[in-house]
Design a protein around this ligand. Structure first.
Ligand code: PAF
Length: 254
């Protein structure tokens, strides 16, 4: 049975209890709307730790677009079923008021990499991400935390924050999980119409193509995508596109 914890004080009691003493705690922070990508993080967390904690918190401070926040898929019932099926020990499901009792007066700001790639198109997005991740880390106190490589920039920024602040948490990167046709799994895929979903498959295909970035951008635009960026960095090609109202990101090793 997965124990659902809403109050931070309740979790703290458990975290400090005899039951968890000398146990390793693994943590998968999420915004819910689970897919196989989440399941793969959770599976690894279950294998590598004595106790597994998953959080679901749709974090408003990382949404630069209020419509995106409003439309973000919320599927708590089926999420909970998956956690129970997988035998996850705890689901942390906190309320905004508790997490942001400071009214977001305190935040974590990275001044360089967070301004590139997605950061250039989503102002203040990574401030919200780093702030919530730090808060959740301080609440959960995990030994290891699991992040997907689809959000590669997020992963690198979280690794950097842990190093910068001497945090004793091992960040475990997990490979991108893709649908059979190659589209990277994302909670936002749920928002695609059937027609958009068919077109979306061209995004990973073109990202992998041996073509200059400018040409990839042109091809995507011809197919109806609005392209935020296609950029190479440190041996990877990164992309962010819009199809209809949905923004998709992906990256591939070159
Ligand atoms: O990747 C996500 O789902 C979110 O950005 C995270 C890490 C849970 C922070 O809200």
């Amino acid at each position: 049975m997965t124990k659902v914890i809403k109050k931070i004080s309740e979790w703290k009691k458990i975290r400090n209890s005899e039951e968890l003493k000398n146990k390793t705690v693994g943590f998968v922070p999420t915004m819910g709307a689970f897919h196989q990508g989440h399941a793969s993080l959770i599976e690894r967390c279950l294998i590598e730790n004595n106790i597994s904690v998953v959080s679901i918190f749709v974090n408003p401070t990382q949404f630069n677009d209020p419509n995106d926040l409003r439309n973000y898929p919320r599927t708590l019932d089926s999420d909970l079923k998956l956690l129970e099926k997988m035998n996850v020990d705890y689901l942390l499901y906190p309320e905004y008021e508790e997490i942001y009792s400071d009214n977001y007066r305190y935040k974590i700001i990275e001044t360089d990499f967070s301004k590139k790639l997605c950061g250039a198109f989503r102002p203040k997005h990574f401030e919200g991400v780093l702030t919530i991740v730090l808060k959740l880390f301080n609440i959960v106190k995990p030994h290891k935390a699991y992040f997907g490589e689809k959000d590669y920039q997020q992963l690198k920024l979280i690794e950097g924050m842990c190093k910068a602040f001497f945090m004793d948490i091992e960040i475990v990167p997990c490979p991108i999980v893709r649908d059979e046709d190659g589209l990277a799994l994302s909670s936002r895929n749920l928002l695609l119409t059937n027609e958009e979903r068919k077109i979306a498959v061209n995004f990973p295909k073109l990202l992998k193509a041996r073509m200059p970035n400018e040409l990839i951008k042109e091809e995507l635009e011809k197919l109806g995508f609005k392209v935020d960026y296609i950029e190479n960095l440190e041996g990877r090609r990164f992309g962010a596109v819009h199809i209809g109202k949905v923004r998709l990101i992906d990256n591939v090793e070159l």
